[in-house]
Design a protein around this ligand. Structure first.
Ligand code: SF4
Length: 221
């Protein structure tokens, strides 16, 4: 099993291959040689080279939104898609404006598209909280009455519109996964939803041992 997250050697970065840990994936060099072929495939090659170019060109200068603009321009894309959360509708309008001002056509779809009640797809108080709802805050119960988020519809509507790159703007955990899964165009994440940190999930990681320690303990509901 690979445990790069716990490695302190990082021979992959330093080049000290004689110091590789026993379970280092680089102990199978043929694997890495074979998969280079994937980067040579037409659908991956320019995309990957362009990603690396953008990383270098705007390094520590361009905010991510600018990187998306530059990446899309360099790839020659004309029509971009945005799949966004209704909680970030103001931000979606700003992203739309910035993209258009940079010459792109923009297609955007909100998460609530369809306006379908959650219970139609089996999201009910009983299925979400089988242990009962007495302990819930009113806002949590109200959530169950809101229309469902519809990431599959978001992706498929963007597919119908023929977008060439889709931008994920603040979709919920799991909803984002379905959006990625159903998008025909490649997806890049511009905003990762995190209601507690102002959409900066890294804050909870950086302060996992201090300010966020209690709130990172599972099973609290
Ligand atoms: S690839 Fe090998 S050296 Fe690099 S982090 Fe993983 S275990 Fe460590």
């Amino acid at each position: 099993m690979y445990t790069c997250a716990n490695c302190t050697i990082h021979a992959c970065k330093t080049g000290q291959r004689d110091k590789m840990p026993q379970n280092c994936p680089m102990r199978d060099p043929e694997f890495f040689e074979r998969l280079l072929e994937e980067y040579e495939k037409p659908e991956n090659h320019d995309f990957f080279v362009c990603s690396s170019a953008i990383e270098a060109m705007g390094y520590c200068q361009w905010p991510r939104l600018r990187e998306v603009v530059e990446f899309a321009r360099r790839m020659g894309y004309a029509r971009l898609g945005i799949g966004f959360c209704s909680g970030l509708r103001k931000e979606a309008a700003i992203v739309d404006r910035v993209l258009r001002s940079n010459g792109f056509e923009v297609v955007s779809v909100i998460c609530k598209a369809g306006g379908i009640p959650k219970k139609k797809v089996g999201v009910t108080a009983e299925t979400v909280f089988p242990q009962g709802t007495d302990h819930l805050r009113p806002v949590q119960l109200e959530l169950l009455d809101a229309p469902m988020c519809n990431p599959i519809a978001q992706a498929q509507l963007l597919n119908k519109a023929g977008t060439q790159l889709n931008i994920c703007l603040g979709l919920c955990v799991g909803h984002d996964s379905l959006f990625y899964k159903y998008s025909q165009a490649p997806v890049t994440t511009l905003v990762a939803k995190d209601r507690v940190t102002g959409h900066n999930p890294a804050a909870a990681i950086c302060y996992a041992d201090t300010y966020f320690a209690d709130r990172l303990k599972g099973g609290s509901l």
